[in-house]
Design a protein around this ligand. Structure first.
Ligand SMILES: Cc1cc2nc3c(=O)[nH]c(=O)nc-3n(C[C@H](O)[C@H](O)[C@H](O)COP(=O)(O)OP(=O)(O)OC[C@H]3O[C@@H](n4cnc5c(N)ncnc54)[C@H](O)[C@@H]3O)c2cc1C
Length: 425
């Protein structure tokens, strides 16, 4: 195994939803930036995981997340040759927000092109395995195929989705024994939707469930939606993998096996027993099951349920977090909680992105320091990307000024992200 050495200003751990935006922001402000990504492309859950629905760039009242996230979305839509939906019209009755869809291969390639243009060094197929403090720097060991890399970095941004860097340093994390279910994304095509009769398929679903042909969780939302919804979406984003914990390879393996067993069971049921599905084809399966939550970072501030629901103003706010609370569970399926006033836009304070007692280290994405209930609203992709842009800005300013990122004033972070197109906070 070769040992490689590299020195950068900013190391982004995980090039997923939050991480690719964090790295772009840091690099575009002149920081020598590298991404170490365990997977094979940028975007994480939103691309490789098949959750190609970034919510929400707009609230009812206007833009809430723009900046680099919106720029990449618009650039990938341009490659697709598709118009950008009008935000004033794209608002469903049942939930507030603006629903967007990306084309996975195009978005991942566009994001990568931008990363290369910004001078970001990309290391795919590498896992961060150890992190140590070395004076005013970090020494990060990552393992890839045939490679052991030691990266010296002045700032680290942990965007691993599981607080891998925070845990490697022995800093505090939050972990609940009961967690939201995960999902394996797949898509059944070839359903003759015009032949689907809502009440008939509902009865067939309930009978199959009672007979043990399919299992609870194979359809995720029986408490809020009819089974026809599963067929309308070809099963995409409509199943649960109970208690998925993908933070280590044993948990990932177990979640993959459970997810694929559920997929196979549902496909057989749909294809063999549901009128209108005789020509159904299992067309797409994303390679790994996803978790909605595992280890969250304990930060200098923990965003509470009330902070989120009342959209508390923070002195050190750095980005918006507009969403309803989307809480999945094994018992209920899915429960949605809305703000009493749809115009409220929750905020993320910089302190929730700084691991408690740490320096030269920030986090972004679903590992934000937040109570579980609040996280079920904050974890939406646009908010993850906005957090990424904020900590990328903090790291770049820290490098320029020769101070740790935690000493950067949140107002300077906001000013820099605004200069890079972000929505006002
Ligand atoms: C099933 C499901 C459905 C969802 N539906 C929606 C939706 O419709 N709309 C919406 O907006 N949001 C949705 N969400 C929420 C949202 O997708 C996630 O909360 C968000 O993408 C998480 O972003 P992240 O950057 O924290 O993590 P990720 O995007 O998962 O990125 C983490 C990255 O880190 C890498 N990594 C992990 N460990 C290491 C390591 N040790 N070394 C190197 N790299 C590492 C991973 O490979 C990955 O690329 C959904 C989530 C799930 C699971």
């Amino acid at each position: 195994m070769k040992t490689m050495r590299e020195t950068v200003d900013v190391l982004v751990a995980g090039g997923g939803t939050a991480g690719h935006i964090a790295a772009l922001q840091a690099a575009r402000e002149g920081a020598r930036t590298a991404i170490i990504e365990a997977g094979t492309m940028l975007g994480g859950t939103m691309t490789a995981g098949g959750v190609y629905m970034p919510n929400h760039f707009f609230s009812k009242t206007g833009p809430v997340v723009q900046g680099i996230a919106w720029e990449l979305y618009c650039k990938s839509k341009a490659v697709e040759g598709l118009p950008i939906p009008d935000w004033t019209r794209r608002r469903p009755q049942e939930t507030p927000g603006y629903y967007s869809y990306i084309n996975v291969p195009i978005y991942a390639a566009v994001a990568e092109e931008e990363a290369v243009q910004a001078g970001i060094t990309l290391h795919y197929h590498e896992f961060i395995s150890a992190v140590a403090s070395a004076g005013n720097c970090w020494e990060v060991t990552s393992l890839g195929r045939g490679i052991r890399r030691i990266t010296t970095a002045r700032e680290i941004i942990d965007c691993t989705g599981d607080s891998d860097v925070v845990r490697a340093l022995g800093l505090e994390v939050m972990y609940d024994q009961v967690r939201q279910p995960g999902t394996l994304q797949y898509k059944i095509e070839g359903i003759a939707h015009e032949e689907i009769w809502e009440q008939e398929v509902q009865t067939l679903y309930e009978e199959a469930l009672a007979a043990g042909v399919i299992a609870r969780g194979d359809f995720a939302y029986p408490n809020i939606l009819p089974f026809k919804y599963y067929l309308d979406h070809g099963g995409h984003n409509a199943t649960h993998v109970y208690n998925a914990d993908t933070s280590d390879s044993d948990g990932q393996t177990a979640a993959n096996i459970e997810g694929r067993a559920r997929m196979l069971r549902m496909f057989k049921f749909v294809k063999n027993r549901v009128p209108g599905c005789e020509r159904a084809v299992l067309k797409t399966m994303y390679p790994f099951a996803l978790a909605r939550e595992t280890y969250r970072t304990l930060g200098e501030y923990v965003v509470t349920k009330d902070d989120f629901l009342q959209a508390r103003e923070f002195e050190d706010k750095v980005c918006n977090a507009f969403n309803y609370v989307d809480m999945h569970s094994q018992q209920e399926g899915c429960e949605l909680y809305f703000h009493e006033d749809e115009n409220l836009v929750p905020k993320i304070p910089f302190r929730a992105l700084i691991p408690k007692g740490s320096s030269r280290l920030t986090v972004a994405g679903r590992i934000v320091s937040a109570e579980r209930f609040a996280l079920a609203g904050i974890r939406a992709q646009c908010t993850c990307m906005a957090m990424g842009q904020a900590v990328g800005a903090a790291a770049a300013l820290a490098i320029k000024r020769g101070v740790p990122s935690r000493e950067i004033d949140s107002k300077d972070i906001v000013a820099l992200t605004l200069a890079h197109g972000a929505a006002p906070v």
